[in-house]
Write a protein that binds this ligand. Sequence first.
Ligand SMILES: Cc1ncc(COP(=O)(O)O)c(C=O)c1O
Length: 414
Amino acid sequence: MTAALDALAIRKHFPIFDREIDGQPIVYLDSANTSQKPREVIDAMSSFMETAYAPINRSAYRLAAEATDAYEGARAKVRRFINAPHAREVVFTKNATESLNLVASSWGRTNLRTGDVVVLTHMEHHANIVPWHMLAAERGIELRWVPLTVDGQLDLTELPALLDGAKAFSFTAMSNVLGTITPVRQLCDAAHAAGAIAIVDACQYVPHNVTDVQAWDADFVAFSSHKMVGPSGIGVLWGREELLDAMPPFLGGGNMIVDVRLDGYTPAELPAKFEAGTPPITEAVGLGAAVDFLESIGMPSVRQHELAVAGYALRTLTERFGDDITIHGPTDVEVRGATFSFGFRGIHPHDLSQVLDQRNVCVRAGHHCAKPLMKILGAPATARASFYLYNDESEVDLLADALDSATDIFDFLT
Ligand SMILES: Cc1ncc(COP(=O)(O)O)c(C=O)c1O
């Protein structure tokens, strides 16, 4: 049985929640944007900088060897966390955006020619659209798009036709706008049946669910540390060894070579081949601590908790606000995470977010880096409340109370 998660106890690990603004606690509902950091991550990073910081890989002295062990130790933790077969397949990048650019640039330029097809979906983040647009402009590749159903899931009816002749299918595992969790294994299977590779943008998925890249049978998986209680400045690209081995480096410089001559260079083996320059050393230590922290709670418990909070949020917001609120995305919590984009009484999301902020309720307003999706939703912007392991039902109520107060303010003004 999955252990129940105590969000209040978990909050105590996050120093930021000791802070009050205007004498009131912070209701942080913007974890889809970036998550807060537990003491364990903060301490691991400062203790590393205070006692063990040194360059990695290039020096023979003991301190540098220790720092290298810490950096590679973080890679080993990430490998275990996503059940990757080999640590050398885990590449540290700057963030998920860089991971996806690495695939589009290195795999894409090597494998795609004019007229080749890449399939994306209408719910992608710009990080999984723009790199392909850039490649399309350079290479003349064709982009095809999987549309959505009315409740914000992928409409897979035409998928075999869309994938016909495709070389790659790149899709999100969980939408940052709709909260939709996509059927990743099914999508990977469909890609492979068509002879395409499957690239998974798991940026919103990994922080909230058990991730098993082998069970997915994916080819590449991208995510960011900062959304999973780790520091910003480091991300992950996991890729199948044989694909990564066959790809040219993405960036050139130090650390990614075995030899450099006047007439050329020889790239290093994985993963150094894709880690040019001085990497985010302290951030890797922080990411390792984030993995330890999440594992100590258990990802099945995180998912169970968020299912409960998502269900409560859907019920509470619809019961309290009826037609005044439009929540985008699935109504079935089994196929969604606890991220809710919504429109409220025609109030501009930026105005709404400012009014909610008066009660320290932090929600994001805007297009959420998913402009094609916003166009399909017919809304240039939405407000978005996203819950994580440190949030609970009481904060759904605080959000609802803040929405009530927004109603009062805007009724008064109009
Ligand atoms: C689904 C998805 N993909 C990619 C990204 C890009 O992440 P980062 O900005 O950390 O590179 C985000 C960030 O919000 C996201 O939500």
